[in-house]
Write a protein that binds this ligand. Structure first.
Ligand code: SF4
Length: 729
């Protein structure tokens, strides 16, 4: 990756490489801790090799704040936090730009009880409000807000600012004829619609100093019906160049545009040509490409081909703060898998963000850092990690054995609790750390190699414990091994690879295909600590015919060749949606990005698809996929509609026959849904086989992840549970 690691310049700033850490609102900005948590977040990324960092949006005024947890620059306490951030980042050798933010009509009226403002009074689905139209005097005052914010940035020690105009925020709102319906100095034709953004740049520059670097971020394609045309966008870019912008950062889409831009189903690299068009228009002015570039390997050709000078990556720095230093050293990176579940979805709900695959993100002060290899104790550095695999046990036989064990152990469990008082405590969940064992390294068994078990084993081993991980199946990863088969989710496999690599690095002994049975109780007693992370199993349904050979539980349905041509899926949760997506996707002989752009009407052209199955989702409830995150649900449901998936809500299941599923709909009519394969995806229940066995034997243990709680559990909570249970109090 020669080009990614080539130093560069933005204005007077010398940058160590071509990756900019993009802005992310964290929810730490308003934390009343003097800026400690915010600073720790950024400093860790500086230490991990980040070059120029752009902060999350700092509101130039209260009415422009994106939510209640946004920092507002007129607040002295927020400025104090930022002063700490710049001091600490500089002390660590980093560079940081302040993003100046005004949400316009996207501002939430709930945040500060203020009506949002915009160029014109055009209702916003995002804020759920109709904004007040800015008068000429209001616009002047808003520009003064931007200018004052630029002054603050320079006084607080920032190295640059980025004016945030993309994704449909205020600058974009002025530029677009969809939201700017004025006919005055600030609207009416492309030049007047562009004027606000150009003037904001001038005000910031005037206040911050003539040599202070100013980056402007705007949407290179808003993907909105009736939105800004490409000639208007390119004209705006040229005006910004003439007005002295130091770089242009090209966002994609608006928050309300009907085309997904950052979700898993957007093929990586799809949007680079948008930045390339801007680059062509502005010549030597540095252009930064962004959106859905999650690997440095994908950034390399964008820079090498001249499509852009820099690539902005935001979420990848949540997933792995050491992204750049690890890449330089050739080490494995914890990849952002674009799930959005702990970052964008939380941000949209004004919650504190983190990362599914790195739950320590934005919690740096709460959890210890996992040490790089060179910092590990000698015992771990010299340990030889092993992975042994035995033939996986049949889950049915393990369950049966557990039932036998229950009967056998019923008496001794009572005795155990009477004598040691630990049988009841043994059912304790995450957080019931065994007192006194944290002082030094102990022997720990982690049972289960899904997300919760992987996270726990990694953190425990990093803390110096000797960890053995037992996984009943033949592979680590749990349900991630199903998810990675879904179109767009192939990167989920890289998470499993990453954790497997980490466990090996940290000396964890991995036993695959090793189910825990009643014969292992003495073995389990030999450990200082047991963590049970056996996850979930599919919920069985009580429908006549559910035992027919063409009825399969959802884990089996993800396998190659498991599905026929006509598929009925019983259940309406996230797994049912994933399976329907997989079953109806088919294949098209074209690059994934081209298929995506054509299917979403962004570029013209046919998409001849072969191998699509006929899929029907049968559900008892009304709304499909309610557990899917807000930023992804709408996009994947639109994909199912496009792929012809039928959804039948409010059903009662009567019986399954060789012909399909007999159901009764909401108006009481019984009918047959024909199917040659019926998949049961009706939810999950805790897999307590092992925890019951251990509990009944009176052995102290902790239960985490899906084995602890299946209702409302997702991979975000599972990874976080693993981290929490492994962290000393
Ligand atoms: Fe990426 Fe998901 Fe982590 Fe967000 S939560 S940074 S999308 S892996």
């Amino acid at each position: 990756m020669r080009e990614v690691f080539r130093p560069g310049r933005i204005g007077p700033l010398s940058l160590p490489h071509r990756i900019v850490m993009g802005a992310m609102h964290l929810g730490l900005e308003s934390l009343d801790d003097g800026g400690r948590a915010l600073s720790a977040f950024y400093v860790e990324r500086v230490r991990g090799g980040a070059g120029l960092i752009v902060t999350g949006g700092a509101a130039v005024s209260r009415v422009g704040a994106g939510g209640a947890h946004y920092g507002v620059l007129d607040d002295p306490a927020f400025r104090d936090r930022l002063r700490r951030v710049t001091g600490d980042v500089h002390a660590a050798g980093g560079l940081i730009a302040l993003q100046l933010f005004h949400a316009g009509r996207y501002a939430s009226p709930k945040a500060f009880g203020l009506q949002p403002v915009a160029p014109s009074a055009v209702f916003s689905r995002v804020s759920g409000a109709e904004p007040a139209e800015l008068s000429g005097a209001d616009i002047e005052a808003t520009l003064e807000d931007f200018g004052r914010a630029g002054g603050y940035a320079s006084q607080l020690g920032f190295d640059a600012v980025e004016i945030m105009g993309s994704e449909g925020y205020l600058v974009d709102q002025f530029l677009s004829p969809f939201t700017n319906r004025r006919d005055d100095d600030w609207g009416g034709d492309p030049q007047r619609r562009a004027r606000f953004g150009v003037e904001a740049l001038r005000r910031v520059r005037d206040a911050a100093g003539s040599s202070f670097p100013v980056i402007v971020r705007f949407s290179g394609a808003d993907l909105m019906d009736g939105g800004t045309s490409q000639p208007d966008v390119l004209g705006f870019a040229k005006l910004l160049a003439q007005a002295g912008a130091d770089a242009l950062n090209i966002g994609i889409g608006w928050h309300e545009s009907p085309v997904p831009t950052v979700q898993t189903l957007v093929p990586p690299g799809t949007w680079a040509p948008v930045a390339a068009a801007v680059k062509q228009a502005v010549g030597d002015l540095p252009v930064i490409a962004s959106n859905r570039i999650n690997r440095l390997e994908s950034a390399e050709p964008v820079i090498a081909s001249g499509q852009a000078d820099y690539v902005s990556m935001a979420r990848p720095f949540l997933a792995d703060p050491e992204l750049m230093s690890k890449a330089r050293a050739g080490e494995r990176i914890n990849l952002c898998i674009a799930c959005n579940q702990a970052c964008i979805d939380r941000s949209l709900s004004d919650e504190h963000v983190s990362c599914m695959v790195n739950p320590r993100a934005a919690h740096e002060l709460e959890f210890p850092r996992v040490r790089p290899a060179a910092e590990l104790p000698a015992r771990q550095r010299t340990a030889t990690p092993t992975t042994t695999t035995t033939t996986p046990a049949d889950p049915e036989s393990v369950a049966a054995e557990s039932a036998v064990a229950e009967a056998v152990l019923a008496g001794s469990a009572v005795a155990g609790s009477a004598v040691a008082g630990s049988a009841v405590a043994g059912s304790a969940v995450a957080g019931s750390v065994v007192a006194g064992r944290w002082g030094g390294a102990s022997r720990v068994a982690v049972i289960g190699g899904g997300p919760a078990g992987l996270a726990a084993a990694r953190q425990l081993a990093a803390d110096g414990h000797r960890v053995d991980l037992y996984e009943a199946s033949g592979a680590l990863g749990g349900q991630f091994n199903l998810a990675c088969r879904v179109p767009g989710k192939a990167d989920y496999a890289s998470t499993v690879d990453y954790f497997a690599t980490e466990l090996a690095r940290l000396g964890v002994q991995i036993r695959l295909g090793r189910a825990i049975t009643v014969d292992d109780l003495d073995l389990l007693r030999s450990y200082d600590r047991l963590v049970v992370a056996t996850g979930v199993r599919p919920r069985r349904v009580d429908i006549p015919g559910a035992d027919l050979p063409h009825v399969v539980p959802y884990p089996a349905a993800f396998a190659d060749g498991a599905l026929g041509q006509r598929v009925a899926i019983i259940g309406g949760g996230g797994i049912a949606v994933d399976l329907a997506h997989l079953a109806s996707h088919g294949s098209a002989a074209m690059a994934p990005a081209v298929r995506f752009l054509r299917e979403h009407g962004v570029e013209p052209g046919p998409v001849p698809v072969t191998g699509r199955r006929d899929v029907t989702i049968l559900q008892r409830g009304e709304r499909l996929g309610v557990t899917i995150g807000k930023s992804t649900r709408w996009a994947v449901l639109a994909t199912l509609r496009r792929q012809g998936v039928r959804v039948l809500p409010r059903l009662t299941y009567r019986r399954i026959t060789a012909e399909g599923v007999h159901v009764v709909d909401a108006d009481g009519t019984e009918h047959l849904v024909p199917a040659d394969t019926v998949v049961i995806a009706a939810g999950q229940e805790r897999d307590t086989t092992v925890s019951d066995l251990i509990r009944l034997a009176g052995i102290d243990h902790q239960v985490i992840g899906g084995a602890r709680q299946s209702a409302g559990l997702d991979a975000v909570l599972a990874f976080a549970d693993g981290l929490r249970v492994a962290t000393p109090p």
